[in-house]
Design a protein around this ligand. Structure first.
Ligand SMILES: NC(=O)c1ccc[n+]([C@@H]2O[C@H](COP(=O)([O-])OP(=O)(O)OC[C@H]3O[C@@H](n4cnc5c(N)ncnc54)[C@H](O)[C@@H]3O)[C@@H](O)[C@H]2O)c1
Length: 338
């Protein structure tokens, strides 16, 4: 019996899970899952779903951008850098079934200013984890890649086979990690699922990092400051609500093995349109500050996720206005509590 077959046998129950309104119903087989970067924006939502589904969840985070107050008490927390040699002890002790690898240097600008640091965190960090996955026979690594691997694309929806030509070292570090992951599978039989996330937004997003424009706009507006638009504002993005992303990540635990998926909404919203929507939700008039376009910024990004729909059974359930309203309520509540 091949490794993949065995994995499916021990983890077959969640195949039959009923998914309603983005909530996986309880009753799945309990699997031990190690989440790197579990105290971050996306990680905290992934961990919430894992616990809801009663998985044994271990978070490894160095809190470089993550926050302790988002870590639920039911999750085991290991405060550690993924590059620490002590990580091996975590694998030896916990023997996770699945690793969801979200920890990363996530800022495109930082990657351009400091490519060595970016590569150290994102490429070498991933290779170190892959070595432990091999040694401790992890049954799958789920990797958070990015639409940044494509670089500049046509102004249309692109599928996974689109040529990869990153415009930033961040995109290159994700691309390189993808290549290592695929070769680890070929040479050392470490199964994987690679998820290329679109631009994500939602509660708990910081103002730094990839795709943080919505968080920056809300924070500015709520303190009465004008947001900045880089370039002419006609650049377009495919925004996906974080709860949809967390669900796609969970669905990859037992489906889509050794495959790469775009996880996007197949939508295109310009930054000007986005700001108009945000102004309307927040009931304010906004005159943005114009700044020149930034190095490494992509003009258009829109992901076709048909493959994820077919293999994972995933599609986004939040439209932009619903997700933006939820996000606005979150930031407003935080401001009011201060
Ligand atoms: N936010 C987006 O729009 C987006 C889009 C595509 C891909 N991604 C990817 O998704 C993943 C999560 O991104 P996010 O937006 O939640 O960012 P985030 O900064 O909120 O989360 C990253 C987490 O990893 C932790 N971390 C970073 N380096 C670490 C290290 N060396 N050791 C241990 N922990 C470390 C941070 O403390 C943080 O908790 C990243 O890999 C990112 O590249 C994000």
């Amino acid at each position: 019996m091949g490794k993949g077959t065995w994995f499916i046998l021990i983890y077959q129950k969640p195949f039959n899970k009923e998914i309603k309104n983005n909530e996986i119903q309880k009753g799945g087989v309990i699997v031990k899952i190690l989440v790197t970067g579990g105290a971050g924006f996306i990680g905290s939502h992934v961990v919430e779903l894992l616990l809801q589904d009663e998985h044994e969840t271990i978070i490894v985070d160095n809190f470089s951008t993550g926050k302790k107050d988002v870590v639920p008490s039911q999750a085991k927390l290991v405060e550690m850098d993924i590059n620490s040699p002590k990580m091996e002890k975590v694998f030896a002790l916990e023997k996770p079934d699945v690793v969801i690898h979200l920890a990363a240097q996530v800022d495109v600008g930082t990657s351009i200013q400091n490519p060595v640091y970016d590569a150290d965190q994102n490429i070498l960090g991933t290779i170190r984890l892959l070595n432990y996955c091999k040694k401790y026979k992890v049954k799958k690594i789920i990797f958070s890649s990015s639409c940044a691997v494509y670089g500049e694309t046509e102004d249309s929806s692109i599928s996974e086979s689109y040529p990869l030509k990153p415009l930033s070292f961040y995109g290159l570090s994700k691309y390189t990690s993808e290549m290592y992951i695929q070769l680890f599978k070929d040479l050392h039989e470490v199964p994987f699922t690679i998820l290329r996330y679109a631009n994500i937004y939602g509660p708990r997003q910081s103002s730094e990092g990839e795709g943080s424009v919505i968080s920056i706009f809300f924070r500015k507006i709520l303190v009465g400051e004008a947001p900045v638009i880089y370039g002419n504002g006609e650049q377009t993005r495919d925004f996906v609500y974080v709860k949809d992303i967390a669900l796609a990540t969970l669905m990859a635990i037992n489906k889509g093995t050794n495959e790469i998926f775009n996880i996007g909404g197949n939508t295109k919203t310009s930054i000007n349109e986005l700001l108009a929507n945000i102004a309307s939700i927040a009931s304010v008039q906004i005159t943005p500050i114009s700044m020149p376009a930034r190095e490494g910024d992509i003009q258009h990004s829109r992901l076709n996720s048909t493959k994820a729909e077919t293999f994972l059974g995933w599609q986004p359930s939040y439209d932009l206005l619903t997700g933006l309203s939820d996000t606005f309520n979150y930031y407003e509540a935080i401001m009011q509590s201060k």
